[in-house]
Design a protein around this ligand. Structure first.
Ligand code: UDP
Ligand code: MG
Length: 310
């Protein structure tokens, strides 16, 4: 990038300054003074919600020094253009544009990377998480809790979906290696030290509410009424919810791995029994086609070994 100046002292000075400037920029990432509170909002096709969301956010955080980090997760309905204008017009609005739709959890992770506040809120763009409860979050945080997470009192959602959620959270709590609070989603406020820990973790496919609890520190729940969606449709199709649930279970429990190991032992045991069985049959009757027993026993034995070592 630079020609290393060796003779000319002026050039050497310029070089050092340029390098220092580059490093300084790298360190802050997002230059300018750091706000007290950042709000990270993942957005996929939420144009009908954004104006009201932003207005209510600004009103709720009126007395705070805050920034809003919108993460556009590949919207196609003009949300991104709307947010670009908003970010250009308002200095405390940042827009992170993802190159395509990566999914809710990845959008949140990207937003956490850009947020600079001493406290960072995660909330949805569809107004299911009402901005009006944020002052309560902030109050709890100032009392010294590192994570303030929202706990849904009631969901205004169809019954089948509600029961599926309830079953999932109870299952997750039973099988997880540590405590994950029931009925809490991503809506939360985290202290900078928690955000730094999350940002430093190598996971790509994150179940954010899970690692948030895994971190530990001082966590407190805050009950709130979860609203119905203000406008538009849910972006979580049934299959995406199933994958999210699987991510949660597989990432936070040893049970699936242990089950696989047990199946491995079982299959290996079957291979030994088969070997004995075929040997006896061979001696007693000599009926088998040549090689058949060897193949079957080898297949079972290797499958067992593979499952165990997984
Ligand atoms: N979202 C996103 N990327 C996706 C799916 C959803 O950024 O691939 C956003 C969406 O715009 C909303 C939030 O994530 O702000 C939660 O999505 P949604 O309301 O559809 O989920 P639900 O509340 O039905 O679980
Ligand atoms: Mg929603």
């Amino acid at each position: 990038m630079f020609d290393l100046p060796t003779e000319d002292p002026e050039a050497a000075l310029r070089f050092t300054r340029a390098l220092a400037g580059m490093l300084a920029e790298r360190e802050t990432g997002n230059p300018g003074p750091k706000p007290e509170v950042s709000v990270v909002v993942p957005v996929l096709d939420e144009l009908a919600n954004l104006p009201q969301l932003h207005e209510r956010l600004v009103a709720a955080l009126d007395s705070e020094d805050f920034e809003v980090v919108y993460v556009d997760d590949g919207s196609r309905d003009g949300s991104c253009e709307y947010l670009r204008d908003l970010a250009a017009a308002q200095p405390n609005v940042t827009l992170v544009e993802l190159a395509r739709n990566f999914g809710h959890q990845i959008a949140i992770s990207a937003g956490l990377d850009y947020a600079r506040g001493r406290g960072v809120v995660i909330m949805d763009a569809d107004l299911q998480d009402p901005p009006e409860v944020l002052p309560q979050f902030i109050e709890k945080w100032r009392q010294g809790h590192d994570v303030v997470y929202a706990v849904r009192k009631r969901r205004k959602e169809p019954w089948l979906k509600r029961s599926a959620y309830a079953a999932f959270y109870r299952l997750l709590q039973r099988v997880a290696n540590f405590e994950i609070p029931l009925d809490s989603g991503d809506f939360c406020l985290m202290d900078r030290k928690v955000v730094d820990i999350l940002n430093g973790m190598p996971e790509r496919n994150r179940f954010v509410r899970g690692i948030r609890s895994w971190v530990g520190l001082g966590q407190v729940g805050l009950a709130y009424e979860r609203e119905g969606r203000f406008a538009g449709e849910t972006k979580y199709t049934f299959s995406r919810l199933v994958y999210l649930a699987l991510d949660g279970l597989v990432s936070f429990s040893y049970i699936p791995l242990r089950a696989i190991t047990l199946i491995g032992f079982f299959v290996s045991a079957v291979s030994f029994l088969l070997a004995i069985g075929y040997a006896v049959q061979r001696i007693a009757f000599g009926l088998n086609p040549a090689g058949f027993a060897t193949i079957v026993v080898a297949v079972f034995f290797l499958a067992g070994i593979q499952l165990i070592t997984m």
